[in-house]
Design a protein around this ligand. Structure first.
Ligand SMILES: Nc1ncnc2c1ncn2[C@@H]1O[C@H](COP(=O)(O)OP(=O)(O)OP(=O)(O)O)[C@@H](O)[C@H]1O
Length: 356
């Protein structure tokens, strides 16, 4: 098997961990023992509700945060101890794009100077001369070279995001971490920027770690989807497999929440999911979930909201043993003690080739 471009190995990030011993300090485990990989040229989505740790994991990969546990490797090399020239080289390889384009650029600087920054910082000559390279960058993202002398406020939100993408591309990265890059944009503009990402991936063979709440955007752009819940990876699967046949009860709920995307009701759990025990027929799922004690510590974080846990009669194992990620059919991996395999459903076309 070929080495993945990016390997995230048992990575954790606990905010406040360094000062945890000071009185009154609280820590927060935002990413909890997550392992994932991204192949060269592959696009992997990170999805999950707000606060599930997507941005934190993205920032760890971009080396904007240092993990408190685990290892990040690029091309098999541990990037934890990089400094000096090696760190600069890493920053050329992995670039991050952010959601907020409004305050991303100094309003008093021309686009020419903003795009020139990476070359200055890395002490690199622009290929073919500075002006030609900067103009080419703008044209690559669908803007015109003549716009180099404009200021950020003279661009729309979608155009500013294109400028952010151009800046990220300037030093020839191999992996882009894109954190909700279209969610602040109008819907019509979102489609254009997603199409731009798809084109750039094709043209440049880029790998993408795409962080999003929007499952339709994720389906359009990514080959695999990783689902996070409260900092833990609960499922990772090829996109069709996840959308057509989600295994983890949380993935099911997430997909069912998008009209027309999932076919199964969020609370529905089939017989194949419940091999061990009969459901408690006298208890409604919603009421039981509302009355359940939240799970902390060693068990499954999702147990207090989990319809499968209820249906199975609240197995003790969910509360006492953290579910390990285990391989399942169709290339999926799921962290649930009881989620079962079912025959694959036919794949539906959820989003057309071009988002429009
Ligand atoms: N600097 C920080 N200090 C302490 N806790 C933080 C910090 N940044 C994030 N957190 C917490 O870590 C958890 C994960 O946050 P993160 O932003 O990674 O989630 P997310 O899935 O990206 O959410 P969203 O979709 O809302 O951006 C949240 O509970 C958040 O409150």
């Amino acid at each position: 098997m070929t080495e993945p471009l990016l390997s995230i190995e048992r990575v954790s990030h606990e905010f406040g961990a360094r000062r945890a011993l000071l009185p009154g300090r609280r820590t927060h485990l935002a990413v909890d023992d997550v392992s994932l990989s991204v192949a060269a040229g592959e696009s992997l989505a990170l999805v999950g509700e707000s606060g599930s740790g997507k941005t934190t994991l993205g920032r760890v990969v971009a080396k904007l945060l240092t993990p408190t546990g685990g290892t990040v490797r690029v091309d098999g090399r541990d990037v934890g101890g990089l400094s000096g020239r090696e760190l600069l080289a890493y920053r050329r390889t992995v670039q991050m794009i952010f959601q907020n384009t409004q305050h991303a650029f100094n309003p008093r600087r021309k686009i020419r100077d903003i795009l020139a920054d990476p070359y200055e910082i890395h002490g690199l000559p622009a290929p073919g001369g500075r002006d030609a390279a900067l103009g080419e960058l703008l044209e690559r993202v669908g803007l015109h070279a003549s716009m180099l002398d404009r200021y950020p406020h003279q661009f729309s939100g979608g155009q500013r995001q294109r400028i952010g993408i151009a800046r990220a591309l300037s030093l020839g990265p191999r992996l882009i971490v894109a954190d909700e890059p279209v969610s602040a944009l109008d819907v019509s503009v979102q489609a254009q920027v997603l199409n731009l990402f798809a084109r750039l991936r094709r043209e440049l063979g880029l790998s993408l770690l795409f962080i999003s709440h929007d499952l339709r955007a994720v389906y359009f752009l990514c080959e695999r989807i990783a689902v996070l819940y409260q900092g833990r990876l609960v499922e990772v699967a090829p996109r069709e497999r996840l959308l057509e046949h989600p295994l983890h009860p949380y993935s099911r709920r997430l997909i069912a929440a998008v009209p027309g995307l999932g076919e199964r009701d969020s609370a529905e759990v089939s017989a194949a999911d419940a091999p061990a025990a009969a459901p408690d027929a006298g208890e409604s799922t919603a009421a039981a979930v509302a009355g359940a004690e939240p799970v902390t510590g060693v068990g499954c974080h999702y147990a207090s909201r989990c319809p499968l846990h209820l249906q199975l009669g609240r197995p003790e194992r969910c509360l006492t043993e953290r579910p390990a990620l285990r391989a399942a059919a169709g290339g999926s991996a799921v962290a649930c003690h009881f989620a079962g395999d079912e025959p694959p459903a036919p794949v539906r076309s959820v989003v057309s080739e071009e988002v429009g």
